[in-house]
Design a protein around this ligand. Structure first.
Ligand SMILES: C[S@@+](CC[C@H](N)C(=O)[O-])C[C@H]1O[C@@H](n2cnc3c(N)ncnc32)[C@H](O)[C@@H]1O
Ligand SMILES: [Zn+2]
Ligand SMILES: [Zn+2]
Ligand SMILES: [Zn+2]
Length: 392
């Protein structure tokens, strides 16, 4: 059993399925995927030009829909429309929870689901949608492990002004003289020049979204060694990734929405699957066999201190003098099946859009299933994945 298995010999597969995610996932065996990474339509953001679907249908009913999409029959409560275009956030959240019930069914008990969500404003007030969704998913039985801030290094500029008095200018750009006084005593001018009072509702430009790390329970597989980061100060010593991930957004010519940046989504996938694959019988991921040794600090302590001072503006806490080195010796199964054969781990994106997750799957040697309601985006995703060469 301790023999290190070879890499999966079977070529990873990729499947893009067109349809409503809820019905497509019903045909997938339960406990199937090791990892889900997805970005559903955000609330109130854009119309994907998709056919309306029925939501919250709990019993048989010959629905009669009103103008807002609600069924007017007694005690029905169903709504017909597109995910993201609900008349209020409560309904959007309920519909997302409905989708994620199906996602939960097909996620392995040791799997991880990464959910990317952005917020929006109701007039000037923030809805707080991502956290409302996170709480609702918790209520629905999901285990919420952490939030991650996806910080965009190139956010869309917003014009949000504050309070000030602005000089009124004429066509030539010259300030306009006050008609009442010449010294500002009238209260509506400044030193005799006309001013306009501005009371904007200033706030910082929104430049982040959330990624929630969710699972079925707290006993989930994660490969931290796959995602440890290099440190600038100590060669060979790596640190755990932090919970703020800064990346630029990626415009994609054929899409009207923001596509995932590959650099943003590669890390969560690598943390959720085994590089060595999983058991061909039960799907359990193979685990690294690690030799963890403590090594004495070398004498570059001063260099390290000065580098950290440069980086953080202050000296780091006292160095304990020891550090852990982690060496990979091999791989071992996490199940008791007698097999040492591995097959690729399985990745799902239930709202796959242009298929970015399919590219990541191809790059990392994973089986991929992508679902999207749009035939157009399914075709685009298939083409993109087919033409993607991870070695280029
Ligand atoms: C924000 S986009 C996903 C973008 C994707 N992360 C990428 O990198 O291209 C959301 C996608 O959800 C799809 N969608 C909307 N409602 C759906 C449903 N009920 N079932 C499946 N897909 C749906 C839309 O067609 C759209 O492509
Ligand atoms: Zn009804
Ligand atoms: Zn005046
Ligand atoms: Zn097994």
């Amino acid at each position: 059993m301790s023999k290190t298995p070879s890499l999966p010999t079977r070529k990873p597969s990729s499947k893009i399925i067109q349809g409503d995610v809820r019905s497509i996932l019903r045909s997938v065996p339960e406990d199937w995927f090791h990892c889900v990474v997805t970005s559903p339509p955000y609330f109130n953001l854009r119309d994907y030009d998709l056919p309306p679907l029925e939501w919250g249908v709990e019993k048989e009913c010959k629905h009669v829909w009103d103008d807002d999409g609600y069924c007017i029959r007694d005690c029905c409560g169903a709504w017909r429309g597109c995910l993201g275009l609900e008349p209020n956030p409560e309904l959007y959240i309920a519909n997302l929870v409905e989708v994620f019930e199906e996602v939960k069914r097909v996620l392995r008990p040791d799997g991880i689901c990464w959910l990317n969500l952005g917020d929006c404003y109701s007039g000037k007030e923030l809805w707080g949608i991502p956290w409302k969704v996170a709480f609702a998913l918790q209520e629905a039985g999901w285990f919420l492990r952490t939030d991650i801030v996806y910080a965009k290094s190139n956010p869309i500029p917003e014009s949000v002004g504050g309070w000030c008095n602005e000089l009124v200018l004429d066509d030539k750009g010259e300030s306009v003289q006050c008609e009442n006084c010449s010294d500002g005593s009238c209260g509506d001018c400044w030193e005799g020049k006309r001013i306009k009072r501005k009371r904007g509702s200033w706030r910082p430009t929104r430049s982040h979204e959330f990624i929630f790390m969710l699972m079925k329970n707290d006993k989930y597989f994660a490969d931290r060694d796959a995602v440890m980061e290099e440190t600038i100060t100590r060669e060979g010593v790596r640190k755990n990734p932090r919970s703020v991930w800064t990346h630029s957004t990626v415009p994609f010519k054929d899409c009207h929405f923001a596509v995932f940046s590959a650099d943003l989504v590669r890390r969560p996938v690598r943390a959720s699957v085994s590089e060595r694959g999983c058991c061909d019988n039960c799907g359990a991921p193979f685990l690294r066999v690690i030799r963890r040794t403590k090594v004495k600090d070398r004498d570059d302590k001063e260099l390290r201190m000065s580098l950290e001072k440069l980086r953080f503006g202050k000296a780091p806490p006292p160095w304990k003098g020891w550090e852990a080195k982690r060496e990979l010796l091999g791989w071992a199964p996490s199940c008791n099946c007698s097999t040492v054969e591995t097959v690729p781990c399985r990745l799902l994106d239930p709202f796959c859009g242009s298929g970015t997750m399919g590219l990541i799957a191809k790059e990392l040697g994973l089986d991929f299933v992508g679902v999207d309601l749009s035939e157009l985006y399914c075709d685009m995703a298939r083409k993109r994945i087919r033409e993607f060469d991870p070695d280029r």
